[in-house]
Design a protein around this ligand. Structure first.
Ligand code: FES
Length: 380
């Protein structure tokens, strides 16, 4: 068994071990305004961001913890002018580095600098296969063409490329073309990420929620494409929770394998954890990262299985789904410690399905992500 597969294997006797990956959200600044952005609704300003020196120290602490993969994310990580410096340090520490980017501000010179610094992988988000819809979703004219160009530069440098397509009611009809675009651009992997409803996406639920028919069609399209493209394109597909019968093991289990660091250095069990009212997060500015991972209140709050209520506590699946998603329980039920209502065993499961049906017939108008708490889409 490899070191990685040994780490990934669920071990019911251990609530947590060495984290596999860290999502470093180095800034919340972004040229796009996607209405499903995974950043918190209250964005952190540039003035609060960790300095280059602080990140260099934190990268050392990440490597000392035994982490294998580091995902540079945002906002838009290219907004930080020191990204090359951070990538170079991470590579020198033998971390596998992934750049998660909108790519709309990428240049060939910047990509060369990142590749020379040791960048291992690039993931580009796409909003639509069609220029007008991509512009409407992200709020930036010409974004799709810039992404296409950036993808070609990535492949010309022989860097592995993943496309991340966030899908929802207003673009799911494009899924077959999205798969073709991933092939055309030379991606090895396509993440078909149905929107998860926290933060900005929760604000925009009525504009984003697909219908059950759309999800049935999408599942069939993915199944057929996976068979046809076996060996050419890996397609990850995450069913939307509102229409699922089983909850997803969110983040691989709270505080088990992965954590996030916010732009100002708060260590979060997941990207949406700040949506849980009353939870306190420790910062790398105040504590060593290893202490936060092992001992912080937030990291331990829903770790393992001892916190679980019934029916989760006596459920045969509890070491598979680790209780699902705490942020979803908080968003939908107002109680982060409740059974994830995406689970068919939850007494509130039917309500979630009914709510999804109602939202799927909502208004198409977005509220755009921005530092002022959101701006409604204008008419026309
Ligand atoms: Fe926070 Fe699922 S997003 S636990």
């Amino acid at each position: 068994m490899t070191e990685l597969s040994a780490r990934l294997r669920p071990d019911p006797a251990r609530s947590h071990g060495i984290p596999i990956a860290v999502l470093a959200e180095i800034t919340h600044r972004c040229p796009l305004q996607c209405p499903y952005c995974s950043n918190p609704v209250e964005l952190e300003r540039a003035s609060a961001e960790l300095s280059t020196e602080e990140w260099l120290r934190v990268l050392g602490e990440i490597a000392d913890l035994g982490v294998l993969q580091l995902h540079f994310s945002g906002g838009e990580p290219l907004a930080r002018r020191d990204l090359e410096t951070l990538v170079a340090r991470a590579a020198a520490l033998d971390l596998y580095t992934n750049l998660i980017t909108s790519a709309v501000t990428l240049t060939e010179a910047r990509l060369d600098a990142l590749a020379n610094a040791g960048l291992d992988h690039v993931q580009i988000s796409v909003q639509s296969v069609e220029d007008a819809l991509a512009t409407r979703i992200g709020g930036l004219r010409g974004a799709l063409e810039r992404k296409r160009a950036a993808a070609s530069w990535v492949r010309a440098r022989d860097l592995p490329l993943t496309l991340n397509a966030v899908m929802h009611r207003q673009n799911l009809h494009e899924l077959p073309e999205m798969i073709e675009m991933a092939l055309d651009l030379g991606a090895a992997r396509l993440e078909v990420a149905n929107v998860q409803y926290y933060g900005w996406a929760l604000k925009n639920r009525a504009a984003l929620m697909p219908s059950p028919d759309q999800i049935d069609t999408a599942s069939r399209v993915v199944d057929t494409a996976r068979e046809r493209l076996h060996g050419r394109l890996v397609i990850d597909y995450v069913e939307p929770d509102y229409y699922a019968a089983r909850p997803k093991p969110c983040m691989g289990g709270w505080g088990r394998q992965v954590f996030n660091i916010s732009p100002s250095g708060k260590v979060l069990p997941c990207h949406a954890a700040e949506s849980i009212a009353g939870m306190r997060f420790d910062s790398v500015r105040d504590h060593p990262l290893a202490w936060i991972w092992d001992h912080s209140e937030a990291m331990n709050r829903y770790r393992g299985t001892d916190w679980m209520p019934e029916p989760c506590r006596s459920c045969a699946h509890k070491h598979d789904d680790w209780g699902g998603c705490r942020c979803q329980a908080a968003a939908l039920l107002g109680d982060a410690g409740a059974t994830d209502p995406a689970c068919a065993f939850s007494p509130r499961h039917a309500e979630v399905f009914e709510a999804a049906l109602a939202f799927s017939e909502g208004s198409d108008r977005y509220t755009y992500r921005d530092f002022s708490g959101g701006t409604p889409e204008r008419d026309g």
